[in-house]
Write a protein of this length. Structure first.
Length: 160
């Protein structure tokens, strides 16, 4: 499955007349095979030993290119940094409001969100980005939180 996603993403680069370099390929492969929502620095640190000529600027510029093409999305998780996620399969993110951890949730019914939004708004929908906020299981234990009403005490409720 990861190989298919990599092949499709590389084809997308070729379709846009963008050269497939070893750096672009290894960064894409990393994002496809790791679901850790890494920062530019994390990707650089992980890959610099495998590709000694890789620079932080190359990672940054490559990620910007991937975001512009819609292959990768940028995420903010509360630590004031930008994180990245390969978006080969529709999914949404559950973000911990305490520690900033981001968890992928793959839900087949998400495909209907675009159609429903188009139907209700009259928009020609090109995509969506969905985030759900809460406390991860580790932070629930750490903060001794067992139900939603406990969140008010901690002032962690996320309101949009």
């Amino acid at each position: 499955m990861a190989e298919d996603m990599l092949t499709q993403a590389l084809q997308q680069l070729k379709d846009h007349k963008i050269r497939v370099t070893p750096q672009r390929q290894i960064i894409l492969n990393y994002l496809i095979t790791h679901h850790n929502h890494p920062s530019v620095e994390t990707i650089y640190q992980e890959l610099a030993t495998k590709l000694p000529n890789l620079s932080l600027a190359t990672v940054y510029n490559t990620l910007k290119l991937f975001v512009d093409l819609g292959i990768v999305i940028e995420l903010q998780n509360g630590d004031a940094g930008t994180h990245y996620d390969f978006f080969g399969r529709p999914h949404y993110h559950v973000v911990c409001e305490n520690c900033g951890k981001i968890t992928d949730v793959f839900e087949p019914d998400l495909r209907s969100v675009d159609a429903k939004a188009a139907e209700l708004s009259g928009y020609l929908v090109t995509g969506h980005n969905m985030e759900v906020y809460g406390l991860c299981p580790d932070c629930q234990k750490l903060l001794n939180v067992t139900k939603t009403t406990d969140l008010k005490r901690l002032k962690l409720t996320h309101s949009e």
